[in-house]
Design a protein around this ligand. Structure first.
Ligand SMILES: [Zn+2]
Length: 237
């Protein structure tokens, strides 16, 4: 677990594999209820994650992540089908779960609004970042110039090899983020993310730089196949 500084008025925590109760492929702090782990273990792990924020698990707000591009206003006690949650409520911790996809946190220092974004390849390709920034503008009057962002641990171009249709689309739309080595092709999702954030007007970007697939402290679908999910949470103080 590590705490990420975005601003003194917001708390951002990134979990890792350690400190939980799950076993086997999910060992140990798996936050995902949808990956085949025992629900009771995940509930306990979520309580542990909540304790990092000094709250109880019912203040955590997860989403049913569908690799889409829809950003929704968070509702306490509801698991909305979305890939980004936004809020101005102080009593909620917005949570995103990942195992290679990028957890992205946004914080608007002026309007005291936050977002937790599930930014995988599909979501990034279909505009989840621009949609989240727009949702914060529309719902809260946020201005991108007042936003700070954090890109959490995720698979990096050292490990994220692409081929076939994904390579074709990436080469066509995001050629600047495709790296070729020894006849193989790798995608730099964080390069696209940074460009999209910048284009949306968010210029204050913290990039964690750790690769989930290289670092065994984190779950990685690419490295492990069936595995747990680590996560990032954000809470307004
Ligand atoms: Zn790597």
């Amino acid at each position: 677990m590590k705490k990420i500084f975005l601003h003194e008025a917001v708390q951002v925590v990134l979990s890792d594999k350690t400190g939980g109760v799950s076993e086997g492929a999910y060992k140990s702090l798996n936050l995902g209820l949808h990956v085949g782990d025992k629900p009771l273990s995940v509930e306990k792990n979520r309580e542990i994650f909540a304790s990092y924020f000094g709250v109880s698990a019912n203040e955590l707000c997860f989403m049913e992540q569908v690799h889409g591009s829809f950003a929704s206003v968070a509702k306490k006690g509801e698991t909305l089908k979305a890939d980004a949650l936004i809020t101005r409520e102080k009593n909620l911790v917005l949570c995103v779960m990942v195992a290679d996809c990028a957890p992205v946190i946004l914080y608007d220092n002026d309007k005291k609004a936050v977002a937790a974004v599930h930014a995988g390849r599909k979501g990034i390709f279909s505009g989840i970042i621009a949609n989240t920034v727009s949702a914060m503008q529309r719902e809260f009057g946020s201005e991108p110039k007042n936003m700070r962002s954090y890109i959490g641990v995720s698979i990096r171009s050292c490990c994220y090899e692409i081929r076939g249709e994904v390579l074709s689309e990436a080469a066509e739309r995001f050629a600047y983020a495709v790296e070729s080595r020894n006849g193989r092709h790798f995608l730099s999702l964080h390069t696209i993310l940074k460009k999209q954030l910048y284009k949306s007007g968010v210029k204050d970007i913290i990039d964690d730089k750790i690769c989930a697939c290289c670092d065994e402290n984190y779950f990685s679908y690419r490295r492990e196949g069936a595995c747990g999910r680590f996560g990032a949470g954000v809470k307004i103080l």
